[in-house]
Design a protein around this ligand. Sequence first.
Ligand code: MN3
Length: 205
Amino acid sequence: MSFTLPALPYSYKDLEPYYNEELLKIHHTKHHQAYTDKLNAAAKDAGVENKTIEDILTNLEEISVDKRTAVINNGGGYYNHTFFWESLSPSGGGEPKGEIAENLKQSFGSFESFQEKFSAKAATHFGSGWAWLVLTADKKLEIIDTHDQVCPLSLGVEPLLTIDVWEHAYYLQYKNVRPDWIKAFWSIVDWDKVEQRYLEAKASV
Ligand code: MN3
């Protein structure tokens, strides 16, 4: 069994003007593909090639220490990008509805306040990494950031939404101005997907 690059749920030009075709194509076919290829090598080396990526990232302690870093980097790179693509939609943006909307309001005061805090976490993350909305083990919403390709599943929390703030994620379109990328991101967030993930995470034990 091997991991394969997942197809995007939209075409390369569908997220324009917020995320342009050239950037999306390179990010998917070069960066995400490279993580996929290296994950296959790292998983085989660690003897976990027959597990799901979720199982691997949730149980990193089962991998010997000398082989773990390659799995964290490339397994996280594989999973985080798939999760990121699925967080976006050409018909996204606006405000969430349903239970996630209610809980964001309860947890952060208002949707705008949540957006400000999430944007600040993404903007101030030092170096390469991700900002996330997660559901903790005691079912609370939190905003966290992770370095490099560390995945929230390895930290015991369920990811609900993420933004990639590696320079490769925005430099071609937004140059060094990460806050412009973060602002554009809000116009393509798939809140229906976030709601679906929230309901599933809330129901899981
Ligand atoms: Mn990336």
